[in-house]
Design a protein around this ligand. Structure first.
Ligand code: F6R
Length: 612
């Protein structure tokens, strides 16, 4: 959480940093700030405020010193508050003495350090970050050697951190160091740059590297160095971004969420295509050996939020199609459930960002106990990707809206390929059956496109639930799994309290909440469950609820006389989750945008969750 950026080069730092912060705003958006090294005065000036990057830009327009407009070095931060409220003073950067810095992460022993280094009188904010600046400044005062002071500071601070630091005597140089919290960096003709996320680096180049943990990065205008803690040089491990350079703009849509929903047919296609050979799943581009699937006798999916919901679909399919039991764990609970893990365990970690700390911890926990680990991840070079034994990367491109959409469907598409792969390597299906399965999977992008073509119908439906305070989403089997995601989507962007319920479970309690004021969204895509589902829908309707029924086209005959329906394009039942997901994403999107909310940045949330 929190977006950080540092730049030293030939361009005007204010523009580079403010634009980068806008791109990183999904990591936190309660305060923003930057520090600029004025090229003439050689001083480092800080501008910061509670609010969005747009508020910071207004502040800069009003107050920025003339010489700072020419500055070519600086650091920036967009905050998701952990320690200390959302105030101008608590916004980053923080400065103590000669040290100015921004921070992403949590310093656990900041209270002890405040005492030990007698910082009380020097601190202005309530943040743990300012304490690090104080500690660093104390060590720097002894040696006036930035790297030595950083090494000494790292020996005393405990927690997770990505620190980007400027020293008053080195106004053109940026230092950075990290533990767990990510930093990626690059060097180009325009200078050296680093950020917490790749999205901010696409401006100048498609080459980047991840700063290794406990390694000091030293960025100069035309060179960039990495140093171990004992002062030895390290060569960066350069990677090439597989995202197109301008893939981080809104492409004419009012919100990233709408753009990303619309990108799904393409991103699903890209994710599947390179992994099919003659209709059979082939992970050789990912260098994943079949043994990871062959040698396991128990599979767990560990993930959070939307990513975890892909596990629920996978679990349902694995039971039904492979007769195999799969465990799905909230990554934040995984290790506390004392899971039985051994060398026959396959832990599948699903994550868009590849940085979610709970998922990362689950991978480490399972690995330490001998499990094999497979990541399904969008961001290359991310922490979870580096921790997992094998990784299948989703080809979704950057996902910027906080509410995940294309990540979900691309993760699903990979999990479907994993189903086919397991069926193959364990000899559960013959090639013909595998091909039938992948043929249906290949049709899913088109079915999502068909839903997108009918999006106005969903917009009209959305208008009926704008005023709702509470809402239920009901379905059975695979539909219930899909609705967990649909319901999360609606609640996070529209602030309507929504609950996904297994239709048959309603009458065991929650039906007491159904009134005329409680709309119900029902999903019916599973032929064998249709009759039962319709009975449950009638039960809620007879208690006054207005119902919208999303139903597979082939099963919809006559239903329009009874219900308000949205038809979903036909696919075999097992694949209906793709068009259903898209329809429910659109529903959530339209409710939020019609209510006038900032769809891409729901309150209290951040895209990359690097705190436990
Ligand atoms: C909801 C959403 C979150 C994430 C969760 C995990 O729309 O995006 O629930 O799915 O925070 O994030 P990743 O996938 O980055 O591990």
């Amino acid at each position: 959480m929190c977006g950080i950026v540092g730049y030293t080069g030939t361009e005007k730092a204010e523009g580079v940093i403010a634009d980068s912060l806008t791109l990183l705003e999904y990591r936190g958006y309660d305060s923003a700030g930057l520090a600029l090294a004025g090229s003439k005065s050689r001083s480092i000036d800080i501008y910061k405020c509670a609010g969005r990057v747009s508020d910071l830009r207004s502040l800069l327009d009003r107050n920025m010193k003339l010489e700072d407009r020419e500055a070519t070095c600086g650091v920036g931060h967009t905050r998701w508050a952990t320690h200390g409220g959302v105030t101008d003073t608590n916004a980053h950067p923080h400065r103590v003495g000669t040290v100015t810095l921004v921070h992403n992460g949590i310093i656990e022993n900041f209270r002890e350090l405040t005492e030990e280094f007698r910082l009380k009188g020097k601190l202005k904010s309530e943040t743990d970050t300012e304490v690090v600046a104080g500690v660093l400044d104390s060590f720097y005062a002894e040696s006036e050697d930035p790297k030595k002071a950083i090494v000494q500071t790292l020996k005393v601070i405990k927690g997770t951190f990505a620190l980007v630091i400027m020293f008053a005597n080195y106004p053109d140089v940026i230092f950075a160091v990290r533990n767990v919290s990510p930093i990626v960096a690059t060097q180009s003709e325009q200078g050296s740059m680093l950020a917490s996320d790749l999205t901010a680096l696409t401006r100048f180049t498609d080459r980047y590297f991840v700063i290794p943990e406990y390694t000091i990065a030293e960025l100069h205008r035309s060179a960039l160095y990495l140093w171990t803690m004992d002062g030895k040089p390290v060569d960066p491990e350069w990677c090439t971004m597989d995202w197109e350079k301008n893939s981080s703009d809104k492409g004419g849509y009012p919100f990233y969420m709408e753009k990303e929903i619309n990108e799904q047919p393409d991103s699903i296609r890209k994710t599947i295509e390179s992994r099919l050979k003659n209709g059979l799943p082939d992970f050789s581009v990912d260098e994943i050996d079949d043994s990871i699937f062959e040698d396991t006798d128990n599979i767990t999916v560990a993930a959070c939020g939307t990513a975890m919901h892909t596990g629920l679909v996978f679990q349902n399919l694995a039971r039904k199609m492979l007769k195999t039991e799969v465990k799905v764990c909230l990554a934040s609970e995984y290790m506390y459930e004392s899971p039985v893990v051994g060398d026959k365990t396959l832990l599948i970690a699903v994550s868009q960002s590849g940085e979610t700390i709970d998922t990362l911890q689950a991978v480490k926990y399972a690995k330490e106990r001998g499990a094999r680990t497979l990541g399904i991840i969008n961001v290359r070079g991310s922490s979870i990707a580096r921790e997992c034994e094998g990784v299948l990367f989703t080809n979704a491109g950057p996902e910027i809206a906080v509410a995940s959409t294309k990540a979900y469907t691309t993760q699903l598409s990979l999990l479907y390929l994993v189903i086919a792969k397991i069926a193959m390597v364990k000899g559960l299906w013959d090639d013909k059956k595998v091909r039938e399965f992948t043929e249906s999977l290949v049709k899913t992008p088109e079915s999502v496109s068909n839903v997108l073509e009918e999006k106005n119908d969903i917009h009209i439906i959305a208008r009926n639930i704008l005023e709702a305070r509470d809402l239920f989403m009901i379905g059975r089997g695979l539909d219930y799994a899909a609705l967990q995601e649909g319901s999360l989507k609606l609640k996070e962007v529209s602030y309507i309290h929504s609950e996904a319920y297994a239709s048959g479970e309603l009458k065991h309690g929650p039906i007491a909440l159904i009134t005329q004021e409680t709309p119900v969204v029902a999903l019916a895509t599973q032929e064998s469950l249709l009759k039962k589902e319709l009975s449950n829908v009638r039960e809620v309707r007879s208690r006054g609820a207005s119902v919208v029924l999303f139903v597979k086209e082939a099963m919809s005959e006559g239903l329009e006389q009874e219900f308000n329906i949205v038809r979903l394009p036909d696919l075999p039942d097992e694949f209906m989750v793709f068009p259903a997901a898209c329809a429910l994403q659109l529903l959530a999107y339209y409710v939020s945008s019609d209510k006038g909310f900032d769809v891409d940045k729901p309150r209290n949330l951040a895209k990359v969750v690097t705190v436990e």
